[in-house]
Design a protein around this ligand. Structure first.
Ligand code: AMP
Ligand code: MN
Ligand code: MN
Ligand code: MN
Length: 284
């Protein structure tokens, strides 16, 4: 089993809410010893051609990637897609549709912040946006740090951008079934991203994994930048219980913000089947 591979199958570029270009990420991944890489921008595959080309230029194996925002049981859940055909209209059109709501949501977020005295947040956030279709909470967080409202983006999320806080706007993302179908019908494998981050009851989490499998989902992120060491063990057990393959990814966004760098997490536990075992013919 090839669990020793230094695979990093989750990170973000300026095409969504990261601060590095696909080329800068590829170089950083290579420098950190990554053997198999995927760029997984939120709801967007516009960086895939550049990422695959830079991986090739650096002698690194590549899988196409995306991280799709989904609403499940009134929570936002992220589904990573790997190894799909990024030119397939099913995933291209599905993602375009789900990106559509972000602009209006951002304006409502700005209105909420204005009510607590933070003016001009929409225009302020836009200055940090690399892709106009992908304005996200992260861009607002960077603006609030730049303008001195908070000391770092973690403080911004805690005080302003999470449920019940002034800049939080509930949003309905794609359905779980749609996201899984866009990925699988385009030839890829769907993976539940950072399951330890969701505030689900045990029953809700069981429902997420069961319904995900029913829709054709096959993988779960076990080793990710958002998990504690205890959660690696917990979700390794969940992967086995549900007969799912395991993925590994840093969720790197920025050298200034991310706590975990590309390719630096522990390896996957050796008794799990890594997701790339299902994707051997999709590696570029
Ligand atoms: P959005 O898709 O606009 O809702 O933005 C979600 C993004 O915000 C995530 O992908 C993370 O990059 C970031 N994020 C979400 N929650 C937090 C948090 N508590 N602390 C720091 N960053 C967060
Ligand atoms: Mn993000
Ligand atoms: Mn995520
Ligand atoms: Mn992510």
């Amino acid at each position: 089993m090839t669990t020793y591979l230094n695979a990093d199958l989750h990170c973000h570029s300026i095409v969504s809410d990261g601060t590095l270009t696909p080329e800068e990420l590829a170089l950083r991944a290579k420098t950190n010893g990554v053997d198999l890489w995927a760029l997984t921008d939120h709801d967007e595959i516009g960086g895939q051609v550049r990422a695959a080309a830079s991986a090739a230029a650096n002698g690194m194996a590549y899988l196409t990637g995306v991280e799709i925002s989904v609403t499940f049981a009134n929570e936002t859940v992220h589904i990573v897609g790997l190894g799909f055909d990024a030119t397939n209209p099913i995933i291209v059109n599905g993602l375009a549709k789900t990106r559509g709501g972000r602009g209006e949501r951002a304006m409502e977020m700005s209105d909420g912040l204005a009510k607590v005295g933070i003016k001009g947040a929409y225009d302020g956030a836009l200055k940090f946006v690399g892709n106009p279709e992908l304005i996200s909470r992260t861009h607002f967080a960077r603006f609030l740090v730049e303008s001195g409202v908070c000391k770092d983006t973690y403080e911004v999320f805690r005080k302003y951008l999470t449920e019940g806080k002034p800049g939080y706007v509930p949003h309905r993302w794609a359905s779980l079934g749609d996201a899984v179908n866009w990925i699988t019908q385009s030839g890829g494998v769907a993976v539940i991203a950072h399951p330890g981050r969701y505030k689900f009851t045990a029953n809700e989490e069981f429902a997420l994994f069961s319904e995900f499998k029913t829709h054709g989902g096959q993988g779960v992120e076990v080793v990710t930048g958002s998990h504690t060491t205890a959660e690696y063990v917990e979700y390794a057990a969940v992967a086995k219980e549900f007969g799912m393959v395991a993925s590994r990814g840093s969720d790197f966004h920025s050298p200034d913000e991310s706590r975990i760098d590309l390719g630096t997490l522990p390896m996957l536990p050796g008794d799990l089947t890594p997701v790339w075992e299902l994707l051997k013919d999709k590696i570029q």
